[in-house]
Design a protein around this ligand. Sequence first.
Ligand code: PPS
Ligand code: ADP
Length: 196
Amino acid sequence: MTTTPQTSPETSHTSQETHVTGATIWLTGLPSAGKTTIAYELAGRLRDEGHRVEVLDGDEIREFLSAGLGFSREDRHTNVQRIGFVAELLASQGVQVLVPVIAPYADSREAVRKRHQAEGTAFVEVHVATPVEVCSVRDVKGLYAKQAAGEISGLTGVDDPYEAPETPDLRIESQNQTVQESAAQLHALLTERGLL
Ligand SMILES: Nc1ncnc2c1ncn2[C@@H]1O[C@H](COP(=O)(O)OS(=O)(=O)O)[C@@H](OP(=O)(O)O)[C@H]1O
Ligand SMILES: Nc1ncnc2c1ncn2[C@@H]1O[C@H](COP(=O)(O)OP(=O)(O)O)[C@@H](O)[C@H]1O
């Protein structure tokens, strides 16, 4: 009896698989904590090293993807879930996604982490833990002054909640170091985790 040669799945597999590691790196913290500054500093360094990088800047996201959302608990949750969804899509395609977004609620951040876990995509939570006393002096956008003058209310960390992460992957004390040192600290963690 003649038999037709069978090709094993291993030998019939002709396409080249490329392995790229992406991750979502979420920088949570109060307004003016340094989230955006550290994210762009690290993004520049990662690009110089040849990585594909995106920064999902909170302000830009609120202009487009989350246009119309405000700062209620519900709207902030929705905002964070949308950003988490897009970040995971990008990270799963090998992009290093930096997300400098307040994300004040622990359950919102946990939901994003779970989504990443379910998809097998790396998620790194960084708490930019600058104290409110320092943030309110920096006051990059004048929000602390506006809140103090009674012109706005519901400012995170002042008269709106901020639930600090209890066990972040990294805590950055930006008041004690330079921007470059903060970015280097995060870069070292990503290297240690095998994500770069
Ligand atoms: N009430 C109130 N509380 C906090 N932040 C306020 C508020 N009103 C406007 N802003 C500005 O909007 C930016 C926060 O947007 P986020 O998308 O990062 O916030 S959240 O995660 O949905 O809570 C935030 O940006 P960053 O300063 O870069 O953190 C603020 O500039
Ligand atoms: N180590 C540091 N890391 C990040 N920002 C710092 C640091 N030291 C001082 N700053 C200053 O703090 C401010 C932080 O602003 P920003 O990055 O817009 O904060 P956030 O995105 O958290 O609202 C910037 O003016 C930045 O230059």
